[in-house]
Design a protein around this ligand. Structure first.
Ligand code: HEM
Length: 412
């Protein structure tokens, strides 16, 4: 076991947070029909095309051609030097890619800078809970999203999960920074690079014999898949905060949603699929996310990696059962059982009875003396979890992470 150090713990945090946007695959549960109306979207109108059959045409063709003409290594080297939103694109990029990226880096016309500023307040005030929910609600949930899990497992990044998780965590970190979308921030760069990486995966994964054997789609990462994963992030996070009765002013809740709406647009999701309000988001998630959650061999392996991430700190003696119980508590028994999260007779009931009172006590809404007895025993452990959450949120910042276009699949 490595000696725990601040750096190690931060790295573990990054790894956990990264899982937030990962998914795991499962045997087929047919994806539900798309009946969600574009009237509920930020665009307010649209063709209503079923997003299971829509990808990201321009980016996909462009990146496919970059891969096929052997330009990936050169492009990735240049992209490493592009890190800040306000920075000019590196010279030497192929003209077609440069032209696309200049357009892709533009914020949508409906961006509300006031809301983005309010989102910063929210992220600062609620960073503790956000780290925990991104890591263990979104992260664990992602292991139960079959399309994402399979794509992650069989793509290049699947060969080194720790590295991949750290890279994915960068997006969760960047969106919470105070200058996320400002010229000295990095969120726009992260989104544009991720959009290119996804386009690369769409070109490469259909050539993987491992992926094609298990996949129930011809091309991965459709716009429907994108929205499913998006819901595993902000929608799931907000649903948990509401469930825990964390007091959140309406303006902050809306602002948090807005920062993720902008993210969705920057990742190449069409405006007609991006929900305009939490009501619309919850309705869409109910239709597209809830019914597809299911176990897959790939997802079960990813869930196990996630639960073991903090093990180098304590050999897993405490961290594994506590993180398992937290995952079970946020995901519910059905999904936790799917993902083979071990039951823990000590910690499971403590989360059930004491987590909400713990949040209430922290928020000054309940006095510790009036809280259930279980909380007196568990307070220190819950506090530790929040500290881990903060590390999750902070950990992306000092890592030299460069998201790149893949040039191959997981060789297996
Ligand atoms: C790559 C985030 C949706 C599969 C990435 C990366 C980020 C990211 C930050 C770069 C990390 C890296 O290079 O390893 C997101 C977000 C999503 C989303 C925020 C939705 C809002 C999806 C979906 C799938 C998917 C729906 C599959 C169904 C992948 C794969 C990679 C990737 C396979 C590349 C891994 C590699 O080959 O290195 N994503 N993603 N993502 N994502 Fe996503």
């Amino acid at each position: 076991m490595d000696k725990p150090s601040r750096r190690n713990v931060l790295m573990a945090g990054g790894t956990l947070g990264a899982l937030g946007a990962l998914s795991v695959a499962t045997p087929a549960k047919a994806s539900p029909l798309w009946t969600w109306s574009p009237k509920g979207s930020v665009a307010g109108y649209g063709e209503g095309a079923d997003p299971r059959w829509v990808w990201d045409d321009e980016a996909d063709q462009l990146v496919a051609s970059i891969i096929d003409r052997g330009d990936v290594a050169k492009v990735n080297t240049l992209l490493k030097t592009w890190t800040k939103n306000g920075q000019s694109l590196p010279s030497g990029l192929p003209a077609d890619l440069r032209d696309f990226m200049e357009r892709a880096r533009q914020m949508p016309s409906w961006t509300d800078q006031g809301k983005l500023a309010t989102a910063v307040n929210f992220n600062e005030k609620r960073g503790l809970y956000l780290g925990v929910t991104y890591g263990f609600a979104s992260g664990m949930m992602s292991t139960a999203i079959p399309h994402e899990a399979r794509a992650v497992y069989y793509s290049k990044g699947g060969a080194d999960m720790r590295d991949r998780i750290t890279k994915t965590a960068k997006l969760g970190y960047d969106i919470g920074t105070s200058n996320a979308y400002k010229s000295d921030g990095e969120m726009i760069v992260t989104c544009v690079k991720t959009r290119l990486a996804h386009a690369g995966v769409r070109h490469l994964l259909p050539k993987s014999s491992y992926w094609t054997k298990v996949a129930d789609e011809k091309v991965p990462i459709s716009q429907a898949d994108m929205m499913v994963t998006w819901h595993s992030l902000p929608t799931t996070v907000m649903q948990n905060l509401v469930k825990w009765k964390v007091p959140i002013p309406a303006a902050e809740s809306e602002a948090f949603l807005h920062s993720w709406q902008v993210c969705a647009h920057m990742l190449g999701i069409r405006d007609e699929y991006i929900p305009k309000s939490w009501d619309e988001a919850n309705a869409q998630a109910k239709q597209v996310l809830d019914p597809i959650l299911a176990p897959t061999p790939e997802g079960i392996k990813l869930a196990d990696i996630l639960l073991n991430l903090a093990s180098f700190v304590d050999g897993g003696i405490l961290s594994k059962p506590i993180l398992g119980a937290l995952s079970r508590y946020v995901l519910g028994d059905e999904i936790a059982d799917y993902m083979k999260v071990p039951r823990d007779p000590f910690w499971d009931p403590i989360f059930e009875t004491a987590w909400e009172p713990f949040v209430q006590v922290r928020e000054g809404l309940l006095s510790l003396e009036k809280a259930p007895g279980a909380l007196q025993k568990a307070y220190w452990a819950f506090d530790e979890i929040l500290r881990l959450g903060i590390l999750l949120v902070l950990s992306g910042g000092d890592l030299p992470i460069s998201i790149s276009i893949p040039d191959t699949n997981n060789p297996h």
